[in-house]
Design a protein around this ligand. Structure first.
Ligand SMILES: Nc1ncnc2c1ncn2[C@@H]1O[C@H](COP(=O)(O)OP(=O)(O)OP(=O)(O)O)[C@@H](O)[C@H]1O
Ligand SMILES: [Mg+2]
Length: 149
């Protein structure tokens, strides 16, 4: 028996309806990604890369097809369950940061731990460790607009 895929997608379709017009953003995508694999998604503008990533991340619902993450079907999960699933299983680095402008770097990094019920002292420690790991220990009290991209 081979290694079970971490991400398994079958015949994924997404149709956007714009008035009378239908846009076939995904026309039946199937793929498997195994633990430890690094994947690149390449395609011309409008080919459906962002659409596919949004489906894999559980941020958007497919029109049909299945998305299985670590053995769990997420294509029909409720928003409430998806929010918990994303927190436990997914990391997403957005192209347009999506940082909260009124919070410092440390507060932004620590925020997801707040929703998982981690206590403040542990959150602060974890955020400090992560920012230090990427060379940002001197920017922990800066807000997003006070930092480079
Ligand atoms: N919310 C939406 N409503 C309607 N059509 C959409 C929506 N989002 C994407 N599309 C359409 O779906 C198709 C795929 O778009 P998508 O954004 O996934 O492409 P992309 O590969 O990420 O492109 P880019 O390289 O420019 O980021 C395009 O034709 C796009 O216009
Ligand atoms: Mg895109």
């Amino acid at each position: 028996m081979g290694i079970q895929p971490v991400i398994k997608i079958e015949n994924l379709k997404k149709v956007y309806k714009l008035g009378a017009e239908r846009v076939n953003a995904l026309a039946g995508v199937s793929l498997e990604i195994k633990k430890g694999e690094i994947c690149f998604l390449v395609g011309t503008s409008g080919s459906g890369k962002s659409t596919l990533l949004n489906m894999i991340a559980g941020l958007e619902k497919p029109t049909s097809g299945t998305v299985v993450m670590n053995g769990t079907h997420i294509e029909k999960m409720s928003e409430r369950k998806l929010a918990v699933f994303r927190q436990k299983n997914l990391g997403f680095v957005f192209q347009s940061y999506n940082l909260l402008p009124t919070m410092t770097a440390a507060e932004n990094v620590a925020m997801p731990l707040m929703f998982s019920g981690t206590k403040p002292s542990v959150r602060e420690k974890a955020a400090k460790k992560m920012l230090t790991a990427v060379g940002l220990e001197k920017r922990m009290r800066h807000r997003p607009t006070q930092m480079s991209g």
